[in-house]
Design a protein around this ligand. Structure first.
Ligand code: OGA
Ligand code: NI
Length: 209
């Protein structure tokens, strides 16, 4: 599990795109073998009944009656991570360190969770940074949907100057600024799998629930 054929992303391009446009999409962030192993990790956590309906932060306090997000999540911690998850985490750590240097962001740590959106679910338009999560600087979503086709839904919609829809294709990593980029997950027709996370300028305390 120590090798992966996919090349490490070009940091200059990634940093430039984040700085100029507020987002970047990196395809083939991991190879097929790693993705298969991450699916096995998800299957394992599913069997162990480790996924929980995701809650919402105080950005949505006034929307109690309405379903804001429909995903089920399992927070990832190094201590219990399997080799494939550790491989992903190491690559993410390296990316974070590089971006921290290139963008002068003083990024220290990141938190992430597996997410499953069952058919019919979505995540309403929101920002990932608000008062209680102001340490979140860069959001990322790594997609694990191997048989994704047009019409399956579940796109990540970024609200930039224009609207941009990003398909949640297997191996694709989307990064965007947590403080400025409003985004949503469009309703999905199929189970939608990802690892979602946030690079922070303060150490992380993984919330366990
Ligand atoms: C989130 C989120 C986007 C995605 O979990 O905050 O916006 O594409 N996820 O999964
Ligand atoms: Ni979000």
């Amino acid at each position: 599990m120590s090798t992966d054929p996919s090349p490490f992303p070009n940091i200059e391009h990634v940093a430039e795109s984040l700085a100029d446009k507020g987002f970047v999409v990196i395809d083939n962030f991991l190879g097929e073998e790693q993705i298969q192993a991450l699916h096995e990790a998800i299957a394992f956590h599913r069997e162990e009944d480790n996924f929980r309906k995701a809650g919402i932060g105080n950005a949505h306090l006034f929307q109690v009656d309405k379903e804001v997000r429909g995903d089920y999540i399992k927070w990832i911690s190094r201590g219990e991570a399997r080799p494939a998850t550790l491989f992903f985490m190491d690559r993410m750590e390296e990316l974070m360190q590089s971006l921290s240097r290139s963008l002068f962001l003083s990024l220290k740590d990141y938190e992430c969770h597996f997410a499953i959106y069952p058919p019919g679910t979505y995540y309403e338009k929101h920002l990932d940074q608000f008062k209680s999560t102001s340490n979140r600087k860069i959001s990322f979503a790594f997609y694990l949907n191997r048989e994704w086709q047009a019409g399956d839904g579940g796109e990540l919609r970024l609200h930039l100057d224009e609207i941009l829809d990003i398909e949640p294709l297997s191996g694709r990593l989307a990064l965007f600024r947590s403080d400025t980029v409003e985004h949503e997950v469009l309703v999905t027709a199929k189970d939608r799998y990802s690892i979602t996370g946030w690079m922070r300028d303060q150490p992380t305390n993984i919330p366990f629930y």
